[in-house]
Design a protein around this ligand. Structure first.
Ligand SMILES: *[C@@H]1O[C@H](CO)[C@@H](O)[C@H](O)[C@H]1NC(C)=O
Ligand SMILES: *[C@@H]1O[C@H](CO)[C@@H](O)[C@H](O)[C@H]1NC(C)=O
Length: 222
């Protein structure tokens, strides 16, 4: 009678702690690197201490004061020590939000490191950056931002230059004495600016329109 229920409960527990499961965190330890000859073996007692340290950290979080060692589940422990852990609620049928675990671990990082004689580099909580670590190389984004700003300024300045050129040549076009000069300038503009209105080409009444006509006549038979 109780067997199905027992199986269901163990199945739920097995599901809660899994690699890449929701709210699960991976931990990687480099005990040999950190301690050399004085390295200790990672065994079930070390696991118990780790679970106790996580429970201790969680108990300082508001509304999580009742966290017990039994609520911290470890799984997929590997020989070259790495493992996953989750923290469950007292009913043990769902895991606590990752954000709460993250902040709890962060605030107690030094205590946890000291418990295992390890450092931020040799006791890694993947996906939980340590508070002491400097922000990830800020120089690269800043250079990208500066480059973007300069690029925008150049584009805006170029646009303004082109626009002022168009305005200037239009204004000079009104004065007959500088007609030739203006036409020279406008011809330059035409090569630079494709968006020049058609009527300004017509105003020239010159060879450009003829060129288009012949081009059209050549293309129509095809
Ligand atoms: C984690 O452990 C479970 C059960 O021990 C196993 O079925 C699963 O394949 C393991 N996953 C990884 C990624 O090692
Ligand atoms: C899960 O927890 C709820 C209360 O949060 C409880 O009512 C329910 O019975 C629990 N389910 C299992 C399978 O333990």
């Amino acid at each position: 009678m109780l067997w199905p229920l027992f199986l269901l409960v163990t199945a739920i527990h097995a599901e809660l702690c899994q690699p890449d499961a929701e709210n699960a965190f991976k931990v990687r330890l480099s005990i040999k690197t950190a301690l050399g000859d004085k390295a200790y073996a990672w065994d079930i007692n070390e696991e118990y201490l780790f679970r106790a340290m996580v429970a201790f950290s969680m108990r300082k979080v508001p509304k999580r004061e009742t966290t017990e060692i039994a609520h911290v589940l470890l799984c997929n422990v590997t020989q070259r020590v790495s493992f996953w852990f989750v923290v469950t609620d007292p009913s043990k049928n769902h895991t606590l939000p990752a954000a709460e675990i993250q902040s709890a671990i962060r605030m107690n990082r030094n205590r946890i490191n000291n418990a295992f004689s390890l450092s931020d580099q040799t006791l890694e909580f993947l996906k939980i950056p340590s508070t002491l670590a400097p922000p990830v190389d800020p120089s690269v984004p800043i250079w990208i931002i500066i480059f973007g700003v300069i690029f925008c300024i150049i584009i805006v300045a170029t646009t303004l230059l082109i626009l002022s050129g168009i305005w200037q040549s239009r204004r000079k076009n009104m004065e007959p004495s500088e007609m030739v000069d203006a036409e020279d300038k406008r011809e330059n503009m035409i090569t630079v600016e494709n968006g020049i209105p058609c009527d300004s080409l017509d105003a020239k009444g010159g060879h450009i329109n003829d060129a288009f006509m012949t081009e059209d006549e050549r293309l129509t038979p095809l």
